[in-house]
Design a binder for this molecule. Structure first.
Ligand SMILES: [Zn+2]
Length: 227
């Protein structure tokens, strides 16, 4: 009697596992089916002809505690500028996060980014990899399927100098650079079809007033995903 009871339990356990397997196969084929009809790219990062984006906004964006007041102010100014131009809150800025130095060596030596499920902005003032020295900043995204999971913005202050309010022909406009990287952080890619876009690939030194203004194509691209 006791033995039969155990066999029945095992049977039901096996049956449950089988049902779960069928369900998961069915679900994944359903998801594949859902992904099979392509989406408008709208200048977003793509996965299987679908836009890769955050499931919900605003994005909590943390900032390395070792950065200066000016560096933090400049991010905030760029975020506020995007919000007022786009008319919607996209970012929630969280300054003063304790930095983790461990990954910085990894980045300098191997180009490895932090993986802590926290989207953060970092400054690298020494030890930016020589092989990447032409890059003013790097925004690295981690995704699962079409969902963004983590984004890190890393500013190259090893090889570049920046200005915020007083234009300097030898320095980069930090405000413009942040606008560009912040839009990368919500999934936008480089835009080559419109010279007015803030998503042009590189930023020249000196004043770049156009690069502080979202072009229509930037706003329309954002709206396409986050309406
Ligand atoms: Zn870029």
């Amino acid at each position: 009697m006791f033995r039969r009871h155990i066999i029945a339990d095992n049977f039901f356990n096996m049956k449950n596992i089988f049902i779960l397997l069928i369900c998961s196969v069915f679900l994944s084929s359903c998801l594949d089916g859902l992904l099979s009809s392509p989406e408008e790219p709208c200048n977003f990062l793509q996965y299987k002809n679908h836009r890769v984006a955050w499931e919900s906004l605003p994005l909590n964006l943390f900032m390395d505690d070792s950065t200066s007041d000016i560096q933090r102010e400049s991010v905030l100014a760029a975020i506020q500028s995007i919000h007022s131009q786009y008319g919607k809150e996209i970012f929630n800025f969280v300054p003063g996060v304790q930095p983790s130095n461990k990954w910085q060596n990894n980045w300098a030596k191997k180009g490895i980014f932090p993986k802590d499920n926290k989207s953060s902005i970092y400054w690298i003032s020494t030890g930016w990899p020589k092989s990447q020295s032409l890059k003013q900043a790097v925004t690295r995204t981690r995704r699962r399927g079409t969902s963004l999971k983590e984004v890190d913005i890393i500013i190259n202050s090893t090889d570049f100098d920046f200005f915020l309010n007083n234009p300097d022909s030898n320095k980069l406009d930090l405000h413009s650079l942040y606008i560009h990287e912040l839009l990368h952080s919500v999934g936008l890619q480089h835009i080559t079809s419109d010279p007015k876009s803030t998503m042009k690939k590189s930023l020249g030194r000196g004043a770049q007033p156009q690069r502080r203004k979202l072009a229509n194509i930037d706003k329309e691209s954002l709206k396409c995903e986050y309406n």
